[in-house]
Ligand binder design. Structure first.
Ligand code: ADP
Length: 574
């Protein structure tokens, strides 16, 4: 019956291509982010033929970023499919980034023949991909025989989703795809993974320890991280915050878990609460560089703080500072246990703490409102983002993708989010280049409009994927904040030579023209009014749009808010 039957076969057979597709479908995976080529071109065609959505990219890094974002948004591993050696390497940055960010994804790459690779005899795209991938992801597997495809895919799914989620590499040599098996035997060798991310209930004594600490706190604070956003325990987290009455800070991708306008949000008093809090409860957030490793000036007087940390990964505990009350388990189970343990008479934190936070917030929000109300010519980050801020307030369901330096920092602090998992950004590494891949994944997996706020430098890493956005007619509106360069366009060549400075781009570039080449809508916006009109029209029409938003080239600072990490700044401070 099938076109995969071998000639002269007396029994129906199934080949490696179809076993891979069936194994993915059996596990409810319906989308592949790919870049076709030898040896996986037919896999993309056949997957599409069998009803999977195959989104084909222009560069594997963006297919990989899309898979990672899809994993974060759906709690299913996003699949990135690439060719061998160079394609595989292009996908690795995304695989590694997914792992660092705890996003579940599987990079599936075709590879050359083992016999030739292992003897280094110079095969087409020869590379020992498995060995290279291993240290860069959570797990790596290779399948050599068709009868092991089911096991290989099951192991990859379980490794990506269980415990701390992450990236998994699956190596599929070219020869595997043409191997055949008796069809029924092949199909019955496939595995539907049961309960790939089992609940992990925290130990009761760890719950009591955490509650005892929280109860005695005079200035408690909750920090919500993107692990909390990933966990999809939104109602439980809201209950924890509201029942405890503890002010909270959302990390960047946890914004919107509760609306940023929530009375207990301490975002507008961030420095104050980090320095002053006496007990800090981390919920799916690591004490890495983004939180100054839990020590130093940011955290106020030394040894004044005690930490409670909820995490699924026991090894995370004590990684930077002592954790007084670790709570190991999945966030939903841990938060449910805390809420249950609080009983009905839980006392809210002392009023002097919450009042002090409210006063700080009001002061800072008033200051920000005054800055946002200014209307300089040309636009600066604030006046352009005042537009975006209002649009997101009116359309809280849109997904905001955000990368850049100043563009990232200002957007994060100015644009309030109202719903969970609506903000996707550069994450733990502060990586540039996630923009278009994340935007495609957000549109494909949610069918919601996507607004990508991009620095002009950041956009350059993935800009060619606007063709992908147009090809699939995705409801993505890209806004390029164009200030003529990396950080800005004012830098000069210190030698006085003819070349522009390394951070400066072509002045007055028209990024909007790029999308027009592919049939999308390009808009050149120089005022907040023009910007507002263009974004609103894009969101209403759902048409792929790219807005070139002209920003003052002297606005912003070197490295945005992480200037302190620049070697020249470090040198000055020594
Ligand atoms: P942020 O950058 O927002 O601070 P991080 O990526 O540093 O967040 O931290 C996310 C943490 O959440 C990781 O330590 C990860 O192990 C944890 N995590 C992810 N998913 C879950 C889950 N379902 N339950 C508990 N912890 C989780």
């Amino acid at each position: 019956m099938t076109n995969d039957s071998t000639p002269n076969a007396t029994v129906e057979t199934i080949n490696g291509f179809h076993l891979v597709i069936n194994a993915l479908k059996l596990n409810d995976i319906d989308t592949i982010f790919a870049l076709p080529g030898i040896p996986i071109t037919d896999l993309t065609r056949m997957a599409q033929g069998e009803g999977m959505r195959v989104i084909s990219f222009r560069h594997e890094q963006h297919a990989g970023n899309a898979a990672a974002a899809a994993g974060f948004l759906t709690q299913k591993p996003g699949i990135c499919l690439t060719v061998s050696a160079p394609g595989f390497l292009n996908g690795l940055t995304a695989l590694s980034n997914a792992t660092v960010n705890c996003f579940p994804m599987i990079l599936i790459s075709g590879s050359s023949e083992r016999e030739i690779v292992d003897l280094q005899q110079g095969d087409y795209e020869e590379m020992d991909q498995l060995a290279i991938a291993k240290p860069l992801c959570k797990a790596a597997f290779r399948v050599l025989h068709a009868q092991d495809i089911g096991v290989g895919i099951a192991r990859a799914i379980r490794a990506a989703l269980s415990g701390r989620p992450g990236g998994v590499y699956l190596d599929l040599p070219a020869k595997l795809f043409s191997q055949t098996m008796e069809r029924l035997e092949g199909l019955s060798s496939l595995i539907k993974v049961v309960d790939p991310a089992p609940r992990q209930i925290p130990a009761p004594d760890s719950v009591t320890r955490a509650l005892d600490l929280l109860k005695d706190a005079k200035r408690p604070l909750i920090i919500l991280g993107k692990g909390a956003a990933y966990a999809q325990a939104d109602a439980a987290i809201r209950e924890l915050v509201e029942k405890s009455g503890v002010p909270y800070l959302p990390m960047s991708m946890a914004k919107g878990l509760l609306p940023d306008t929530h009375a207990l949000s301490a975002s507008a008093a961030r420095s104050f609460v980090l320095a002053e809090a006496d007990v800090v409860m981390l919920v799916g957030a690591r004490l890495n560089w983004l939180l100054s490793h839990g020590k130093g000036k940011t955290w106020g007087a030394p040894n004044q703080k005690q930490f409670i940390q909820i995490d699924i990964e026991p090894k995370e505990i004590d990684s930077n500072v002592a954790i007084a009350a670790p709570l190991i388990g999945d966030i939903g189970s841990c938060v449910d246990a805390l809420v249950a343990g609080m009983g009905s008479n839980w006392a809210h934190p002392p009023a002097d703490w919450t009042t002090a936070i409210i006063q700080r917030k009001e002061k800072n929000l008033t200051k920000m409102a005054a800055t946002l109300a200014l209307n300089p010519v040309p636009m600066n980050f604030h006046s352009a983002l005042a537009v975006v801020r209002t649009i997101v307030t009116d359309r809280p369901d849109i997904i905001l993708v955000n990368e850049g330096a100043n563009t990232l920092d200002f957007t994060r602090s100015i644009v309030d989010m109202y719903q969970p998992r609506k903000r996707l950004d550069v994450g733990t590494w502060g990586i540039m280049g996630i923009g278009m891949g994340f935007a495609v994944a957000a549109a494909v997996t949610t069918n919601k409009p996507v607004l990508a706020i991009e620095g002009d430098s950041a956009f350059g890493f993935s800009g060619m994927e606007v063709e992908t956005i147009c090809r699939y007619n995705l409801p993505v509106c890209v806004v390029v904040f164009n200030n003529n360069g990396v950080y800005g366009g004012m830098d000069v060549n210190k030698s006085g030579g003819a070349d522009v400075a390394p951070t400066v781009f072509v002045k007055g570039a028209r990024y909007d023209k790029i999308i027009e080449a592919f049939g999308g809508v390009g808009v050149h916006a120089t005022t907040p009014q023009e910007l507002n009109k263009a974004i609103v029209e894009a969101l209403n029409s759902g048409r792929p749009t790219l807005i070139n938003a002209v920003i003052d080239e002297s606005a912003g600072t070197e490295s945005g808010r992480i200037t302190q990490l620049n070697p020249q700044t470090i040198a000055k401070n020594i």
